[in-house]
Design a protein around this ligand. Structure first.
Ligand code: ATP
Ligand code: MG
Length: 421
């Protein structure tokens, strides 16, 4: 019988890969804490209606990427393709948005039925950050400073660039939309099939096209920037001034519209040139209109989502040596030694809670256990044979530092020795 394999585009993260994930996750948490953000944990499944209403019917996600199914009651449910909608749903449901300010983050798997390739999967992990109740440009700038700090802490600041744009208010965008449609209607013969469809549904997305045959027509299209009102312009300028004042480089990309309908004013992406066409590792923006759209009272919101797999691909280019190794590998030979050794290992873990102790539970000759000790990456091997048990001592061998060599310690002295190291 053939072995059952994982679902296409849904990948395992193997034990040799998890140390790097944990390293990244730890730094992410530290940076989020240093800005006073709180974690929220959300379900992986929501009512389909939530995504249709928030993301918009005519987006790639809702049109063709959602994992939607009827549950046993006949309700239409969807595996979350992103976290913004669920986070807002939860905050509305629990009354967290009444005259309150929130800085939240969540972390978890998202699901989209896309064509799997490097940096693009059907189950992938995102860090999401959402803030509510802050209308001023300070919070937009804070999210950019936070991400900038994160890249610096992870050592990848020189591999990513910040691209920024302002989409204005929804009213400003509607005027622009008309101008854009009028412009594209003069160039119908250059538009591809996707763009023709978007002309009626979501014309701003045409600016997003990757089709080289349309590069010129897109380049000469009217620019949204020219349609922004004073308030939107000022908001954008304040962000730019803050970034400049704090030494964060950015590029203005007037073609950046983002795939989702709900953005207004600030949108941004952190992009890299090192991952081919999957170059966006973090993307977000302001979505002041969405709360009302989901039935809440008008309120401000801005957030971003970061793709963990793409971040990890970048970290892998750094050649970091991050392994999950133990400190002590305990070798036991003989029945008595097995008993005494297990007790010793437990005692070590009690007295030094941070010490990582691995007991060889598979047995074998001293020689074969030594080989495993070496392979484990442990700093020390502890050796308990019949003789050691009779004498009440234990052998200790440094596996990484030749100078420390091998010695024999009384069982009672081992803890003191390891505590010092
Ligand atoms: P793309 O243009 O690459 O499809 P997107 O605009 O659909 O991205 P968002 O919905 O903004 O992406 O999600 C935020 C981030 O999540 C992306 O910038 C990316 O890093 C990551 N991401 C999105 N889709 C995937 C996927 N299928 N596989 C892995 N990571 C993804
Ligand atoms: Mg996408």
């Amino acid at each position: 019988m053939a072995n059952i394999q994982a679902i296409r585009g849904m990948h395992d993260i193997l034990p040799e890969q998890t140390p790097l994930w944990q390293y990244a996750e730890k730094i992410i948490r530290e940076v989020l804490n240093s800005y006073g953000y709180s974690e929220i944990r959300l379900p992986a499944v929501e009512k389909t209606e939530l995504f249709k209403r928030s993301i918009g019917e005519v987006t790639d996600i809702v049109e063709k990427e959602m994992y939607t199914f009827d549950d046993r009651n006949g309700d239409s449910l969807t595996l979350r393709p992103e976290g913004t909608a669920g986070c807002l749903r939860a905050c509305l449901e629990h009354g967290l948005l009444h005259n309150q300010v929130h800085r939240l983050w969540y972390y978890g798997a998202m699901y989209r039925h896309e064509r799997p390739q490097k940096g693009r999967y059907r189950q992938f992990y995102q860090l999401g950050v959402e803030t509510y109740g802050m209308a001023g440009a300070d919070i937009d700038a804070e999210l950019l400073l936070l991400t900038d700090r994160l890249w610096k802490r992870l050592g990848i600041r020189d591999k990513v660039r910040l691209q920024l744009n302002s989409l204005g208010t929804i009213a400003e965008r509607l005027v622009y939309r008309d101008a854009l449609v009028a412009y594209f209607e003069q160039h119908l013969d250059t538009l591809d099939e996707d763009s023709l469809r978007r002309l009626n549904t979501n014309p701003l997305r045409i600016l997003d096209t990757k089709n080289p045959a349309m590069a010129d027509v897109v380049k000469n299209a009217p620019e949204l920037m020219a349609y922004l009102g004073n308030d939107s312009k000022q908001h954008f300028q304040t962000i730019l001034d803050t970034l400049t004042g704090l030494g964060v480089n950015y590029e203005i990309n007037t073609r950046l519209v983002r795939g989702l309908d709900y953005y207004s004013k600030t949108v941004f992406e952190w992009v890299t040139d090192e991952l081919g066409s999957q170059g966006t590792i973090c993307a977000g923006g302001r979505y002041d209109g969405l709360i009302e759209q989901l039935g809440g009272k008008a309120n401000s919101a801005i957030g971003f989502a970061m793709g963990m797999e793409r971040l990890l691909l970048l970290l892998e280019t750094l050649d970091l040596k991050i392994e999950n190794t133990v400190d002590v590998y305990l070798i036991r030979v003989g029945q008595q030694a097995e008993k005494v050794g297990l007790r010793l290992a437990e005692q070590l873990r009690t007295d030094i809670p941070t010490l990582r102790v691995q007991v060889d539970c598979a047995g074998g000759s001293i020689k074969s256990q030594f080989k495993k000790a070496d392979k484990s990456g442990a700093k020390f091997a502890l050796i308990l044979g019949e003789d050691e048990v009779l004498r009440g001592d234990v052998g200790l061998k440094s596996l990484r530092d030749e100078q420390l060599g091998q010695q024999t310690l009384a069982l009672t002295d081992v803890i003191g020795f390891l505590k010092k190291i």
